[in-house]
Design a protein around this ligand. Structure first.
Ligand code: UD1
Ligand code: CA
Length: 431
């Protein structure tokens, strides 16, 4: 069954993240140059059902809000100040959701590994079982610090108890609350008016909506997720490094299955938003971040860096110590060694000589300029292309040139001081 319903989400991101020991708010730390919060919002949006997302901000609210507003049309921030707990956090979207008839997905902004596939499955289970509330749970060997899922004698969900409020017997329970919830808003919203802070942490616990729902005679269940990794929350730089590794391995595994050759998965980093077709070979120590599209039969690396917004057609070669950014390259073009190509469009069968640099940036005005190099053109080694520049079809750039004007098709552009040869130099110097 396909889910056709629309949902709204509440993403909790007001907490401080003290253990990151950073001036950057926790949810704005990055993996592959994309913010943790971005992964979560994207996962929600990629369910194909998200109509509107409310991000609850508190610590460094302005910075987080600036990021959200800049990058997401369907996300709004709501301020939680002071921060009185997860229930109080979610409540900050209460007014916005007044009268909403659909479902509300609640999750945390620091869990970048959650996938839209898992969220879709979660939503489907909620719908199939006609639940008013579904909690995503996981079974952990070490459940320390998590809220525990309490079930009655028939195995039905009864409550969630936080570690600090749990009895010794409850602490032994290994099924934990991942912090992801789906609510039929019309049925469950009143739970937020009934939260209290009578607990060990004196906080308004979001988890208490479970007890309320059950007390109303509504159906609440827990859905045990199959891949625990996805619930992984980032609280420290160690967690961030671990999550990066998990994400990177996940991407590489998928690319290998799709037929991409990755010579050394351990030293290769490829962002999840990079598409690569089969029979392309990625050599060791290659770092690919951002959104990119790489066609079949390309060769990348070793030691290449692709920085995003890069599109490579079939059979392109990107060699060692080459950096490419925001560039489109047509079929069978080579950029084989020691080059920087940015803000450029390269035709097919172009040959970029070793050490070619597109000078695309004016440091004083902070502007960037484009370079266009047409089919079959070539640049000699160590040439600097001072953008904006257009190099025509079949044109050549002589080695060591600084090209600051357009070169027409079939022409040679060359800036070179004449070569002097001083005969007998060795003997003159020796005397
Ligand atoms: C919470 C759950 C716990 C669950 C765990 C999963 C509660 C009471 N407990 O615990 O059952 O196992 O998550 O990771 O919900 N936040 C705010 N405002 C606040 C407090 C928190 O926005 O006032 C945000 C944090 O930024 C974070 C998320 O809510 O993104 C979870 O907060 P955190 O303090 O990590 O919750 P836990 O105590 O770990
Ligand atoms: Ca806490």
């Amino acid at each position: 069954m396909e889910n056709k319903n629309t949902i709204k989400s509440i993403i909790l991101a007001a907490g401080k993240g003290t253990r990151m020991k950073s001036e950057t708010p926790k949810v704005l730390h990055k993996i592959f140059n994309k913010e943790l919060l971005g992964y979560v919002i994207d996962a929600v949006n990629n369910t194909g059902m998200a109509e509107e997302n409310f991000v609850i901000v508190g610590h460094c609210a302005d910075e987080v809000e600036a990021y959200v507003t800049k990058n997401y049309d369907n996300a709004k921030c709501r301020l939680q100040s002071p921060q009185l707990g997860t229930g109080h956090a979610a409540y900050q979207a209460y007014e916005d959701l007044k009268g909403f008839e659909g479902q509300v997905l609640i999750l945390c902004g620091d869990t970048p590994l959650i996938t839209s596939e898992t969220l879709n499955e979660f939503i489907k289970v909620h719908n199939d079982n006609n639940c008013a509330l579904t909690v995503m749970s996981a079974v952990f060997d070490d459940p320390t610090n998590y809220g525990r899922i309490i079930r009655d004698e028939n195995g039905n969900l009864k409550a969630i108890v936080e570690e600090k409020d749990a009895s010794d017997a409850q602490k032994k329970i290994k099924e934990i609350n991942t912090g992801v919830y789906l609510l039929d808003w019309a049925k469950v919203h009143e739970a937020f008016l009934n939260l209290d802070s009578n607990n060990a942490q004196n906080e308004y616990y979001l988890t208490d909506i479970v007890k309320w729902t059950i007390k109303q005679g509504l159906k609440a269940q827990s859905y045990i997720m199959s891949n625990n990794e996805e619930s992984y929350g980032i609280n420290s730089k160690k967690h961030l490094a671990q999550a990066s590794k998990i994400l990177k391995d996940r991407v590489i595994e998928k690319l290998l299955a799709d037929g991409v050759t990755i010579v050394d998965p351990d030293s290769t980093f490829i962002s999840p938003e990079t598409e690569i077709e089969a029979d392309t070979i990625i050599y060791p120590c290659t770092y690919i971040e951002g959104k990119n599209k790489i066609a079949k039969n390309c060769k990348i690396g070793p030691f290449a860096r692709i920085r995003g917004d890069v599109e490579l057609a079939e059979g392109v070669k990107i060699g060692n110590f080459v950096e490419i950014k925001k560039t489109k390259i047509d079929a069978h073009t080579n950029v084989c060694h020691l080059s920087y190509i940015g803000d450029s469009t390269l035709g097919s069968n172009v040959n970029i000589g070793a050490g070619t640099i597109t000078a695309n940036y004016n440091h004083i005005t902070k502007e960037k300029f484009p370079t266009v190099i047409e089919d079959n053109a070539s640049t000699g080694s160590n040439s600097v292309i001072v953008a904006p520049v257009h190099i025509g079809e079949n044109a050549s750039v002589g080695a060591g040139s600084v090209i600051s004007k357009d070169i027409e098709a079939n022409a040679l552009g060359l800036t070179r001081a004449p070569l002097k040869i001083l005969k007998g130099w060795f003997d003159r110097v020796k005397k």
